[in-house]
Design a protein. Structure first.
Length: 80
């Protein structure tokens, strides 16, 4: 029987790892728009799960100097 629950903490850790990964960013060098859309989707999904389960504690940018909206740096973040 399939499991009907999952670990929110593991999902958060896995998402943080992807958002911080330069390897992931390198896959999308030719299409920055696709990378931004991918990171935006990850952030939105994680935030929704954290909010729905009462676990949202905010996030921090990995580089405050590279956090302009609608850039890859804006989505390079770590959720608490």
């Amino acid at each position: 029987m399939p499991r009907k629950t999952f670990s929110v903490e593991k999902f958060k850790l896995d998402t943080n790892k992807i958002l911080a990964s330069d390897e992931c960013a390198n896959m999308y060098v030719a299409n920055e728009g696709a990378l931004i859309a991918y990171f935006e989707c990850l952030c939105t999904r994680l935030e929704r799960i954290l909010l729905d389960t009462g676990n949202y504690e905010g996030f921090q940018f990995l580089d405050n100097n590279d956090s302009n909206i609608n850039t890859v740096g804006y989505f390079k973040r770590r959720y608490s």
